[in-house]
Ligand binder design. Structure first.
Ligand SMILES: Cc1cc2nc3c(=O)[nH]c(=O)nc-3n(C[C@H](O)[C@H](O)[C@H](O)COP(=O)(O)OP(=O)(O)OC[C@H]3O[C@@H](n4cnc5c(N)ncnc54)[C@H](O)[C@@H]3O)c2cc1C
Length: 483
């Protein structure tokens, strides 16, 4: 294993989360020889299938946006097409102002086209404040602006605090008053450049969406869990001759006369090209020697930590309100930030065991560290307390599971796009080096896969070995291992 693959288009991918695995998958399609090095003892990163009370569940990410193609396409390519499954119900609630209220329809990340769209969720004063948007002079957004700051300036803080914040928090576990509008809700950023009125801009976005309406579900899950996606990708990578080593943390990445030297556990691998698909702090450590400016940028990326509390109940004990679950605005001072009624949301979970129903709650937002210091038992207790307050659920669970995701989600504050552009500019100066993962172009699974695809495309331009092999992938797949 010491100096493998010299001169045959050998690419080392560092990190076997969904981004690294997707990159490996695409590299093999293009005929490269691939080795994936993963620090932990399993592949998948933030995607983790598990089990509670004998029922299979996701213990990490559980849903994939299907309105962009990458995740669903990858699932199909690795043989999971038959197991793709949309949510059984699309309706959700918001636990706000003391009651569970239906999640309004007709908004863009919580920003409504009309005040009426939010009736029931906002106070009368909050609704009246939205109406003022039409009369206010334009709010300049410059190169970027925090979503919360802009929306509050146009429509008042109540929209932000009761709707935008929990919706954005559901994706980024972040703070709406810090999150970049340009990176997180680009449609609103673009609309803000051309419209004085935000509600008018949202109505236009909605009209365009309605005109070009895509059919099919907005989200997809996978029977057995979204966590089975990386397992299937890894299997496909191995079946096509790719090597995946777990328990192989990369500790050093250096250029040498013929390409790259990748050090893991005291061994050195030669690579013609390298894809760094690890979270920002790890990427910063690896790039420090050869791309110090990129490393400095990556070292500045902040993360939010969270925990998921999965609770299994006897189904007979459960009388939940309609829908797939609810979000909780932080302004109400509750501990949980959301709950998913997993057995309602996913048909495959409901079918696992007719006597068991599964819920999950989440705690932890950016900057909220106190709640995550608590013992697992305390997190179960606060979840049960909040669930009881929100839904009346008093029964005791038959099993519980706490999954902690320390530094689970990179934050996208104002200026994130510029930081990412600088990272890419520095990385591009080094031939045969590319980066991908959740900290660049979006935290969602499809965005991570898209960043992996882009990294491979970038390398194909850099690396003549890969470019040549791309021209004849069949030959290279069967004869290009180069050992
Ligand atoms: C709790 C939670 C719920 C989420 N829910 C959803 C959801 O429902 N839908 C959705 O689309 N997205 C969701 N996300 C976001 C999404 O899951 C992640 O953004 C995405 O999976 C990140 O993939 P990645 O490959 O970039 O990074 P990771 O999954 O973090 O993978 C990086 C890998 O690199 C490895 N590594 C680190 N350092 C080294 C090193 N030095 N050498 C070798 N390997 C190393 C790590 O062990 C890890 O396996 C969720 C995230 C969290 C935390």
């Amino acid at each position: 294993m010491s100096a493998t693959g010299t001169g045959t288009g050998h690419v080392v991918v560092i990190g076997a989360g969904i981004a690294g695995l997707a990159a490996a998958h695409r590299l093999l399609e293009r005929g490269a020889r691939v080795t994936v090095l993963e620090a932990s003892d399993r592949v998948g990163g933030k995607l983790l299938p598990g089990e509670i009370a004998g029922v299979r569940v996701d213990l990490g990410a559980e849903s994939m946006l299907a309105r962009r193609p990458e995740a669903v396409a990858l699932a199909r390519e690795v043989g999971l097409g038959e197991r793709l499954q949309p949510p059984a119900t699309a309706s959700a609630s918001i636990w706000t102002r003391g009651a569970l209220r239906p999640m309004p329809k007709g908004h863009v990340m919580g920003v409504p086209g009309t005040a009426a769209a939010l009736s029931g969720v906002l106070s009368d004063e909050g609704l009246a404040r939205i109406e003022r948007d039409a009369d206010l002079p334009r709010t300049e957004v410059g190169d970027d602006v925090a979503v919360g700051e802009y929306v509050a300036a146009r429509l008042g803080r109540e929209v932000v605090d009761r709707l935008v914040e929990p919706l954005l928090g559901g994706v980024y576990a972040g703070d709406a008053y810090r999150i970049s509008m340009r990176s997180a809700v680009p449609q609103l950023y673009q609309a803000a450049q051309t419209h004085d009125s935000l509600t008018e801009a949202v109505r236009e976005i909605q009209a365009k969406a309605a005109a070009g309406r895509q059919t099919g579900p907005v989200f997809m899950g996978i029977e057995g869990g979204v966590g089975t996606l990386p397992l299937a990708v890894a299997e496909s990578v191995r079946a096509r001759g790719g090597e995946i080593l777990t328990g192989a943390p990369v500790t050093e990445l250096r250029r040498d006369t013929e390409g790259w030297r990748v050090v893991t556990e005291g061994r050195a691998l030669h690579a013609d090209a390298v894809i760094v698909a690890v979270p920002a702090p790890a990427a910063a450590a690896l790039l420090r020697a050869e791309a110090p400016a990129a490393a400095a940028e990556l070292a500045g990326v902040e993360y939010a930590s969270m925990a998921l509390i999965t609770l299994a109940y006897r189904r007979a004990d459960l009388a939940l309100p309609e829908g797939s679950g609810f979000l909780v605005p932080p302004v109400d001072g509750r501990t949980i930030k959301a709950s998913t009624f997993a057995s309602r949301k996913w048909g495959w979970i409901a079918e696992e065991d007719p006597d068991v129903a599964v819920l999950r709650t989440s705690v932890g937002r950016y900057g909220e560290t106190e709640v995550l210091q608590r013992e697992d038992g305390d997190l179960v207790d606060v979840s049960r307390h909040d669930l009881r307050e929100a839904t009346g659920l008093a029964a005791a669970p038959v099993a519980t599971r706490v999954t902690r995701w320390t530094d689970g989600l990179p934050q996208y504050p104002v200026g994130h796009h510029a930081r990412v552009a600088r990272v890419r500019e520095h990385v591009a100066k080094l031939p045969g080096l590319a980066v991908c993962g959740a900290q660049y172009d979006g935290v969602g699974i499809p965005a991570c896969i898209a960043s992996a695809n882009a990294a491979v495309d970038q390398l194909a331009g850099d690396l003549s070995g890969v470019a040549e092999l791309t021209a004849n992938p069949v030959q290279s797949l069967h004869g290009g291992a180069g050992e």
